[in-house]
Design a protein around this ligand. Structure first.
Ligand SMILES: [Fe+2]
Ligand SMILES: [Fe+2]
Length: 251
């Protein structure tokens, strides 16, 4: 990924902004406020959702560190290093919230998700890694956070997500600068392979999560399939937004 001159100028501005801004940290929140899981939702399921956000942040940090270390372009590497700094703090914040929730049995992330995220970090394939993390996972995490905002209004969690979202906006802006030209430079076959690889990652994780936890109202196969299709449609749109729209692919 070698950005052109105009993209480089915008990346440099984004890097200056990121390096100068203070990321969300554990110290930003009043931890005397207890988490308030909703009465209608099994506590283990609530904790599992937070545990997946925590895992996502920790793994994104690892991905950014790996990509920054191997970046061909020092400016891209510098942006990724700033993001790694942010994600490390985000992981610590979710970790603290998770600890306050208590160790609910069955709240650990699904092993398939942890394994898939680890396997998706490949510094030899920086574009694939970035699409998996910056586009697919970031979009999924924002969706989970938005769901929490709407359905699970814990005031402490709302404060955490609101603050973290400010950092995430910079990460999203980075992806929007570097990904579309890199995706556009691929030939159609490589684009199709990448799309189907990402699709496979997402579906294996989503099905493992549905299999591993008891979601209220998800007993029927038809409801489950509709839920998976609608969530994938959002991830498909996120990939399409960076140019990874594959003709004939079923969103
Ligand atoms: Fe984050
Ligand atoms: Fe992020």
């Amino acid at each position: 990924m070698t950005p052109d001159a105009e993209t480089r100028a915008r990346l440099a501005a984004l890097h200056r902004k990121g390096a100068a801004s203070a990321p969300a940290t554990v110290a930003d929140f009043d931890w005397s406020r207890r988490p308030r899981p909703p009465a209608w939702m099994p506590r283990a399921l609530y904790a599992a959702a937070v545990a997946h956000l925590h895992l996502g942040e920790a793994m994104t940090r690892r991905a950014c560190e790996a990509l920054a270390a191997g970046a061909a372009d020092p400016l891209v590497g510098a942006c990724l290093a700033v993001q790694a700094r942010d994600e490390g703090h985000h992981a610590a914040i979710y970790g603290r919230y998770l600890a306050l929730l208590g160790a609910a049995p069955g709240a650990a992330p699904a092993p398939v998700v942890a394994e898939t995220l680890a396997a998706a970090i490949d510094p030899a394939r920086p574009l694939a890694t970035l699409l998996a993390y910056n586009t697919l996972l970031e979009s999924e995490a924002l969706g989970i956070q938005a769901g929490f905002e709407t359905w699970l209004p814990c005031p402490l969690f709302r404060a955490i997500n609101g603050r973290i979202a400010r950092d995430e906006a910079r990460h999203v802006a980075f992806g929007r600068l570097v990904l579309p030209p890199a995706v556009a430079a691929l030939d159609p076959a490589a684009r199709r392979d990448l799309y189907h690889w990402l699709r496979g990652l997402w579906w294996s994780c989503a099905e493992a999560v549905l299999d591993g936890y008891r979601f209220p109202g998800m007993a029927s196969g038809r409801i489950r399939r509709r839920w998976l299709d609608s969530r994938w449609a959002r991830r498909h749109r996120a990939l399409a937004a960076v140019g990874l729209a594959v003709e004939g692919a079923n969103p």
